[in-house]
Design a protein around this ligand. Structure first.
Ligand code: HEC
Length: 200
């Protein structure tokens, strides 16, 4: 039963941001009882929802508006999941834009490992950590795609349009999430999921 509550929360969050993506409504097929698999599904739904919204914002050429969207909506969407026991979804990065996305010590260790692989030109694999505290922490790497350069690219190369940069600096005075290259590790999705919530 709890798994369906979680599912409803997820779908509610996704439709809340009017992502333009059809949330999967086949409840029975979403959760498998395997925390790692379920965490991966949560990430892919969240990721597609955010991507769809970004693409919509950028198609109109209005990156400034899209920055405002990320600023105002990214956290309500991910945070709304945390109201439901057992699950918390975050995006973290070593070089973050929003200080709220600063990684804790375990997240930092995972991100550093992923960054090392990324520096060698590899795509880091997803990782699931079980510290036997009743939760698994599932990490999915977030890799720089062409679209991302608009707001996280190399400033000197002119990847970020001046108006966009101005908006970013206004909203994030201590921003560190720029000067990334294509295919580089940008950060990670983290899903904290209670191991006894999906398996029974
Ligand atoms: C329109 C500008 C824009 C684009 C395009 C964009 N981002 Fe962001 N990104 C932001 C903003 C603004 C934030 C801060 C959101 C917040 O307040 O949590 C952010 C935050 C993030 C974070 C959370 C960590 C942090 O730095 O705070 C990750 C990870 C991230 N973006 C990855 C990406 C990826 C991957 C892409 C391409 C698919 C992308 N972004 C495209 C503006 C953008």
């Amino acid at each position: 039963m709890k798994k369906y509550l979680l599912l409803s929360a997820l779908i509610a969050s996704v439709s809340l941001i009017q992502c333009g993506q059809k949330a999967q409504d086949d409840e029975d097929t979403i959760f498998t009882g395997q925390p790692r698999t379920d965490a991966q599904k949560i990430v892919s739904i969240m990721q597609e929802a955010m991507l769809a919204e970004l693409q919509k914002g950028l198609e109109g050429g209005d990156a400034v508006k899209a920055v405002a969207y990320c600023n105002e909506r990214a956290h309500p969407v991910t945070d709304s999941l945390s109201r439901y026991y057992g699950v918390l979804v975050r995006r973290v990065a070593l070089r973050y834009r929003n200080p709220a996305n600063k990684p804790d010590s375990i997240e930092t260790a995972v991100l550093q490992h992923m960054a090392e692989l990324s520096a060698k030109g590899q795509i880091p694999p997803a990782q699931t950590i079980d510290l036997f505290d009743g939760y698994i922490r599932h990490f999915e790497p977030i890799i720089m795609k062409p679209l991302c350069l608009n707001c996280h690219g190399v400033i000197e190369r002119g990847d970020i349009a001046p108006a966009t940069l101005e908006e970013i600096r206004k909203r994030y005075p201590s921003d560190r999430a720029y000067d990334f290259n294509l295919n580089e590790l940008r950060g990670a999705w983290v899903v904290y999921m209670a191991t006894n919530k999906t398996s029974n």
